[in-house]
Design a protein around this ligand. Structure first.
Ligand SMILES: NC(=O)c1ccc[n+]([C@@H]2O[C@H](COP(=O)([O-])OP(=O)(O)OC[C@H]3O[C@@H](n4cnc5c(N)ncnc54)[C@H](OP(=O)(O)O)[C@@H]3O)[C@@H](O)[C@H]2O)c1
Length: 248
């Protein structure tokens, strides 16, 4: 069983904690947030300790509460706060942080020399699979017209970062993204391939934040089988795909 420490217990982290706690491959040993917690505080209806990094000495905490991997759903800066501990203790890292600077990403890459590191600005299994499938179809049919449609709740002001990432992966300009803002849609992404005599639509709908947990669990399971290094979600999916192709 892989022992885990989760950093970040906000909107995403609390949903991820639920998924990790329910997965028999993992033992969620503790969860850390930034602000102080009362002594002995635990996650709702569990014995999993909830700690505040502001008021503890993290290396001392790790001495008494060792884990095999950290899962990060906090802020970009925290990588620099625990990075040396990853290195010294050879802990794996699955980081979902979406907004690392280039310097922070370079630091994460350098940690791959000592342990297994995964950074993924989009950690849902579904979106990563959609991107992989869209890239494959684009390479098979470069003559097809391709457009991206994204739909989100009315209040979301900006173009979806995921839609931009899909466009980038397919070498499409931002003008190929159409955004619709309607009611309470959580997140819909669609890549439409227009052939002369047929249309192919690859779609993904987000239902709940727990999907981030499913992606983190997949990444942890795969990363545990890898050697030291820096990986993207696409690397792990491609490895899986190659294994499947070798079997059939
Ligand atoms: N890759 C993906 O697909 C994906 C999906 C969702 C979210 N994310 C990323 O996950 C992160 C969290 O998103 P969110 O919506 O859950 O944000 P949020 O609700 O604001 O939660 C942030 C959490 O991080 C904690 N935190 C802040 N600074 C910290 C520090 N220095 N050390 C440890 N913990 C710290 C906060 O502690 P307090 O509770 O004490 O304030 C809080 O628990 C963001 O970076 C976001 O980009 C990625």
């Amino acid at each position: 069983m892989i022992r885990l420490g989760l950093i970040g217990y906000g909107k995403a982290g609390s949903a991820v904690a639920q998924v990790l706690r329910g997965d028999p491959r993992f033992e969620l040993c503790w969860v850390a947030r930034r602000t102080a917690c009362s002594e002995g505080q635990t996650l709702d209806q569990s014995e999993v300790p909830l700690i505040g990094l502001e008021d503890i000495n993290f290396p001392n905490w790790l001495d008494t509460h060792p884990v095999d991997a950290l899962v990060d759903f906090s802020v970009p800066e925290s990588l620099m706060e625990y990075g040396e501990e990853l290195k010294d203790r050879r802990m794996m890292l699955v980081s979902a942080i979406s907004a690392y600077t280039e310097a922070q990403l370079n630091y994460a890459r350098s940690l791959g020399e000592y342990t297994r590191i995964l950074c993924s600005p989009n950690i849902t299994l579904g979106i990563n699979f959609l991107i992989m499938a869209a890239k494959l179809l684009r390479s098979i049919a470069p003559f097809a017209d391709v457009e991206i449609l994204e739909q989100h709740f009315k209040e979301k002001p900006e173009v979806s970062g995921t839609a931009k990432k899909i466009a980038e992966s397919l070498y499409l300009g931002a003008d190929k993204i159409t955004s619709l803002r309607l009611g309470g849609i959580v997140g819909h992404h669609e890549v439409i391939f227009g052939f002369p005599y047929q249309t192919v639509r690859l779609t993904h709908d987000s239902i709940k934040r727990e999907a981030f947990g499913t992606g983190a669990a997949f990444a942890l399971g795969e990363l545990a089988l890898c050697s030291n290094g820096f990986y993207t979600f696409e690397d792990l999916l491609m490895k899986k795909l190659r294994e499947q192709l070798a079997v059939h």
